[in-house]
Write a protein that binds this ligand. Structure first.
Ligand code: 5AD
Ligand code: SF4
Length: 479
């Protein structure tokens, strides 16, 4: 008899690092395992199965997992019956190396094979031997064969399995074909594949039916989404947004992350014209220097990026734009770095995520260029660029003082616990993705409320709930 049948719940502990794609993958893996008789625990010492869903985008993310594995080694010595799994991008990238460095690991499963986690956990137990399931390398066969080895993994979800009942991620694309020279993603997440629109719409409908109000569409370059039907018809992201917009119950649609060259007019018009679409565009620039962009193989120049920003501002003037930057990339001089500073100043991003270049084995940059910017210079540039961005973010947020914004309430704010009366500090986001903290009752969680902003820091707006009567009586609501 299986454990599920005898009702003995196995305890599952999972740690997830990296991007939203990984958060979604973990949710799906956990959902499947829960359906097979596991229950989640946040106490690693109680766990029968310990999973790490990993990231390879920078060395730091990998180091974190290898040191977590170092700590778990002792636990496994004491309790050899505990199963340990390494999932995700590092599993695909390091493969056997994981078993060499941590021989007590039971399963190694790449992001293209996640549907097999439970089967492999069982097999590792039966055979007393570690199991590995990874996809083919990008050069491991024809495009179709390699693509097929990165299997689609988007099982329909049980509502109870979702961490949050009214927000959900929906994957619309897998993999990436841009091959930016610094980036490991195309090799660990495989070829770019767009999921069929009918399947995406059906998934979103199911989510809406379950009470989801906000979906975030995910893709490494989400605005490159393109699906060709057998009869030749194409669906672009703008077409998909239009179809999703019709779904009853869905109130807000976001999409991340965009590639600058694919920020087309039809997409910007869709953002402008479809009221359910969030006015938030994350479009990583990576650098403000043409030589760097060329070395990164980003396929655009600074002038083209500026032009794209101008088109965004013209079509959707109230949109918030955010960016990613890499500092200290191979050959980045002080002068090239200053060009990134000037781009941040010009663009006035809502916020920027800034990363120190981390060489990734197997990438073009690692093969062709020297990682020649010293660590202390990378650190200094990171701090400097962040300081410029933070000052802009603070200034921009202060524009909201005295205005009323509409917030989708996400839950208690990180630093606060609600009182027994259900009151406390709540957090939510505006239509342009700004974080808002305010006092309120927990019954507001999952609903849209107008909040009058009376204070602002670089990352957060602070305010108080305004009655809906006041809004209908004419208090203007900003994005
Ligand atoms: N080093 C540092 N940052 C990187 N990113 C991707 N690859 C690297 C790397 N090798 C950053 C990019 C990307 C974000 C998700 O991570 O800015 O947009
Ligand atoms: Fe990496 Fe570039 Fe693809 Fe983004 S677009 S995932 S940075 S290769």
């Amino acid at each position: 008899m299986s454990d599920a049948e005898t009702n003995v719940k196995k305890k599952l502990y999972i740690e997830t690092v990296g991007c939203q794609m990984n958060v979604l993958d973990s949710e799906l893996v956990v959902g499947k395992l829960r359906g097979e008789g596991y229950e989640l625990t946040d106490d690693i010492r109680q766990a029968d199965t310990i999973l790490y869903n990993t990231c390879s985008v920078r060395q730091h993310a990998e180091d974190k997992i290898y040191s977590a594995l170092g700590r778990v080694r002792r636990l496994k010595e004491r309790r050899p019956e505990v199963s340990i799994g390494v999932l995700g991008c590092m599993a695909q990238k390091d493969q056997d190396l994981i078993l060499k460095r941590a021989p007590f690991v039971d399963v190694v499963v790449g992001p293209g094979q996640l549907g097999r986690v439970s089967e492999l956990l069982e097999r590792a137990k039966e055979e007393h031997a570690p199991q590995m399931a990874v996809s083919l390398p990008r050069s491991g066969g024809s495009r179709d064969t390699v693509t097929a080895s990165f299997a689609e993994y988007d099982p329909l979800r049980e509502p109870a399995m979702r961490p949050n009942p009214f927000q959900a991620f929906v994957r619309i694309m897998m993999g990436c074909d841009k091959f930016c020279t610094y980036c490991v993603v195309p090799s660990v997440r495989g070829p770019e594949q767009s999921r069929p629109p009918d399947v995406i719409v059906a998934e979103a409908q199911q989510l809406a039916h379950q009470g989801v109000k906000e979906i975030t569409l995910l893709g490494q370059t989400v605005n490159s989404y393109k699906y060709q039907e057998p009869d030749g018809r194409h669906t672009r992201l703008s077409d998909l947004l239009l179809r999703l917009h019709d779904i009853e119950g869905l109130a807000r649609i976001k999409f991340i992350t965009n590639f600058p060259n694919d920020m087309t007019g039809d997409l910007l018009q869709a953002v402008r014209d479809l009221p359910k679409v969030s006015r938030y565009l994350h479009v990583p620039a990576q650098s403000g220097c043409d030589e760097m962009l060329k070395r990164m193989k980003r396929l655009y120049t600074v002038a083209l990026y500026d032009d794209m920003l101008a088109r965004i501002r013209e079509t959707v003037p109230d949109a918030a734009v955010s960016s990613d930057f890499i500092v200290g990339f191979c050959g980045e001089t002080e002068e090239s770095f200053q060009k990134s500073v000037r781009l941040v100043e010009r663009a006035r991003f809502k916020n920027s995520f800034i990363f120190k270049y981390s060489p990734r084995q197997g990438t073009k940059a690692d093969l062709l260029f020297n990682d020649d910017v010293p660590e202390d210079v990378k650190k200094q540039r990171n701090n400097d660029l962040l300081a410029v961005q933070t000052a802009i973010s603070r200034e921009d947020n202060r524009r909201f003082l005295g205005q009323t914004v509409e917030v989708l309430v996400e839950g208690p704010s990180k630093t606060s616990e609600l009182g027994e009366d259900g009151l406390g500090q709540l957090v939510g986001r505006t239509w342009c993705d700004r974080i808002v903290v305010f006092e309120g009752h927990e019954r507001l969680v999952g609903s849209f409320v107008p909040v009058a902003v009376d204070d602002a820091s670089a990352v957060t707006l602070f305010g108080r709930v305004v009655t809906t009567e006041a809004v209908s009586a004419g208090v203007p609501v900003a994005w």
